[in-house]
Design a protein around this ligand. Structure first.
Ligand code: ZN
Length: 223
């Protein structure tokens, strides 16, 4: 196995483990979620993405589908029908290497109100700003949805898709997973508050201080 093949093999195994974790956490409802990892081959940018309609239980590393930036597909299965917006995120954000998408219950519920998360809790800054936006509704797999996701993800590491679910991305798969889990949890808390009225919001300076502190947190620190 060449070094490049070994790298891709590791990405495939990481992806399978992440899908199983989404299942275990209850975020991958009925195999509706999907995830991808940036995976260039030679000089061609591309990604490994979960196949369409396949949940964590039967998923094997070999089932991941490679999709090139030009749309070329290499694999035994069809890639997730939502691969176009994964590509749109990688094109919009060269710094990102993993995209996680779920129809998890709380994110989907809030998205059906066509609302994102305001700065009601400091952890909203996990997505890199003082809100998690909600993009307008567009048909899954459509160019319009890809454009809307790319526009939102240029400013944030996560967004909600109206009447659909959530997208989270990271420089690593672990980071994308962490953001997806956190946004789902924040959506649960926000939905719990809404019947009591719109909660008070942290102000711009308070959120800026959190974002600033998170910048230092992401890096490993030697003592
Ligand atoms: Zn979806």
């Amino acid at each position: 196995m060449s070094p490049a093949e070994a790298d891709e093999d590791r990405l495939r195994r990481d992806a399978v483990a992440a899908v199983r974790r989404l299942d275990a956490l209850g975020l991958n409802r009925g195999s509706t979620g999907n995830l991808s990892l940036r995976c260039p081959r030679d000089a061609v940018d591309g990604m490994l993405i979960t196949p369409t309609g396949m949940g964590g239980e039967g998923l094997r590393a070999a089932d991941l589908v490679w999709v090139g930036d030009d749309g070329a597909v290499d694999g035994a299965w069809q890639p997730s029908s939502e691969w176009p917006f994964h590509r749109a995120v990688y094109r919009a954000r060269p710094d990102l290497a993993a995209v996680v998408h779920t129809h998890s219950e709380n994110a989907a519920a809030l998205s059906c109100l066509e609302r994102g998360l305001p700065p009601f809790h400091y952890m909203v800054a996990v997505a890199g700003g003082d809100s998690v936006p909600c993009t307008p509704y567009h048909l899954f797999g459509s160019d319009a949805l890809s454009q809307a996701v790319a526009a939102a993800m240029r400013e944030r590491d996560a967004c909600l898709l109206a009447h659909h679910g959530l997208v989270a991305a990271g420089r690593t798969l672990a980071q994308a997973m962490k953001i997806a889990v956190e946004v789902e949890s924040l959506c649960a808390v926000y939905l719990k508050l809404l019947p009591l009225g719109e909660p008070p919001r942290l102000d711009a300076a308070q959120m800026a201080a959190v974002i600033d502190k998170f910048r230092g947190y992401g890096r490993a620190r030697r003592r």
